[in-house]
Design a protein around this ligand. Structure first.
Ligand SMILES: [Zn+2]
Length: 454
């Protein structure tokens, strides 16, 4: 393909800025149900204005999903289809007083664009449309077919996406998928995720009596706080090894290729300690795994919340009748949330904690792209061309997202690419993208589509 001059990316972005800003102004906060149908309609009309076909899908419940389609150009490869996954919903803008701009008014200060939802992930959607326009205007035209799936429930855990993926698997059929997100790390390395960890989230609680009891009775009566903390501490040793039978056994062992990518991932322990003001050594220091292996290849087991008894000022003696905890487990391939429930339940029953209740609140399986798929090289090489040699590829991100259904129903390799940077502040006040990253994001999408179609 004839190279598109670098200046074109910025020029095209500026040409389409009004539309981008109108999109950003829509307060599409999914958890509060704000402006959801307007935004879905807006996304549909944007796809149409850029020359595609679009349709709203909302017959299976939940917020509408936008399907978009762009035909390959005359000289393009109509045999190949790339699917872009995006979401039009955003997180709430609170805390309001920590914003230095108006949250839903796109504002550029020192070449940085601030707005709620800009990095997560309205700018990524816009970069993709800009790239399509540039390719459509080129002599060769669009190098392949392009589809979009833009949903409106990502920020509330995508509770309905699998229903749509199953029913509309033919409509969204593609050879590969580019995920909604991606960013540069704190040392400006462009980072690509080829998967995600899953999650199993639990409520755990104990009720030890009908009423709170005077603590003098502690001589003969047990209490819920002791029961729960004993049950919790039985799940992990002091050296952070999970002790639940069958827990690690569920993991699907990583391939050599996955391991080789994990080895190359940079990790700066000092910086992590400094950034968070950590008071203790990293838990991997006493384990048989590197921090990178722990982050990517191993599951976690975390107490996310703990509540019992009196914790107000001064003293109040009491035997608490109830104790509650929240537990989250980040899953790697091979682990099913329901099976994690079963092994914890079995572990507690076996160890005499039948009175400790456990409930699986939400679960999502993990996903990892087969790294030997040629699409991985296409994305990596196009990224290196735009961002330089030190591009990082994570076999999966340490975080979670609704990727599993895409793998299951569409059977596509999935990689992330986006325009964020280390201080984009997704979900936080002053969310932003740097304009230079936005222009580079357009360039990456142009390069990737060209490599993919050829
Ligand atoms: Zn988000």
């Amino acid at each position: 393909m004839k190279e598109i001059p670098k200046t074109k990316f910025k020029e095209t972005a500026e040409q389409n800025q009004k539309q981008f800003f109108d999109y950003l102004r829509l307060e599409s906060v999914s958890t509060q149900g704000r402006m959801i149908s307007e935004t879905a309609e807006f996304v549909k009309s944007m796809i149409e204005e850029f020359g595609g076909k679009a349709e709203l899908l909302n017959n299976l419940g939940g917020h509408p999903i936008v399907y978009g389609f762009f035909e390959a150009g005359q000289k393009g490869n109509a045999e190949k289809t790339l699917l872009f996954y995006n979401h039009y919903d955003v997180q709430p803008e609170d805390p309001l007083d920590e914003w230095k701009t108006t949250p839903f008014e796109p504002t550029i200060i020192d070449e940085i664009l601030y707005c709620r939802g800009v990095s997560d992930n309205k700018a990524n959607f816009m970069a993709r449309l800009n790239a399509i326009q540039l390719l459509n205007e080129s002599e060769e035209g669009l190098p392949c077919k392009v589809k979009f799936l833009v949903e409106g429930e990502e920020e509330i855990g995508s509770p309905n996406i699998d229903l749509y993926l199953e029913k509309y698997a033919d409509l969204f059929e593609a050879d590969a998928c580019i995920w909604e997100s991606g960013s540069k790390d704190s040392e400006e390395r462009f980072t690509i995720d080829a998967g995600i960890k899953g999650i199993a989230y639990f409520d755990a609680w104990v009720e030890s009596a009908d009423v709170d009891i005077h603590s003098s009775k502690g001589a003969v009566v047990d209490n819920a706080a002791w029961r729960l903390t004993h049950a919790l501490s039985s799940l992990r040793t002091k050296d952070h090894q999970v002790t639940i039978d069958g827990f690690y056994e569920m993991m699907k062992p990583p391939t050599e290729l996955e391991r080789s990518f994990v080895e190359k991932i940079p990790f700066n322990a000092d910086k992590l300690k400094e950034n968070y003001g950590l008071k203790n050594p990293l838990i991997v220091e006493k384990m048989d795994r590197t921090p990178q292996e722990a982050l990517i290849l191993y599951p976690t087991l975390t107490i996310s919340g703990l509540l019992s008894g009196y914790i107000g000022p001064g003293s109040k003696t009491v035997l608490p009748r109830k104790a509650q905890a929240k537990i989250d487990v980040r899953l790697v391939p091979g682990m099913d949330p329901n099976d994690v429930y079963k092994v914890i339940r079995k572990h507690w029953d076996k160890n005499g904690f039948n009175d400790v209740q456990l409930k699986l609140l939400t679960g999502e399986k993990s996903f990892r792209t087969d790294l030997s798929d040629p699409f991985v090289d296409i994305v990596l090489n196009s990224a290196k061309k735009v961002y330089g040699e030190d591009v990082v590829l994570n076999p999966n991100s340490p975080g979670t997202g609704p990727m599993h259904g895409f793998g299951k129903y569409l059977k596509v390799p999935i990689l992330g690419s986006g325009t964020g940077w280390a201080k984009s502040g997704a979900h936080a006040p002053n969310e932003n993208v740097r304009l230079k990253d936005f222009y580079q994001g357009i360039e990456h999408m142009v390069t990737l589509l060209s490599n993919f179609g050829s």
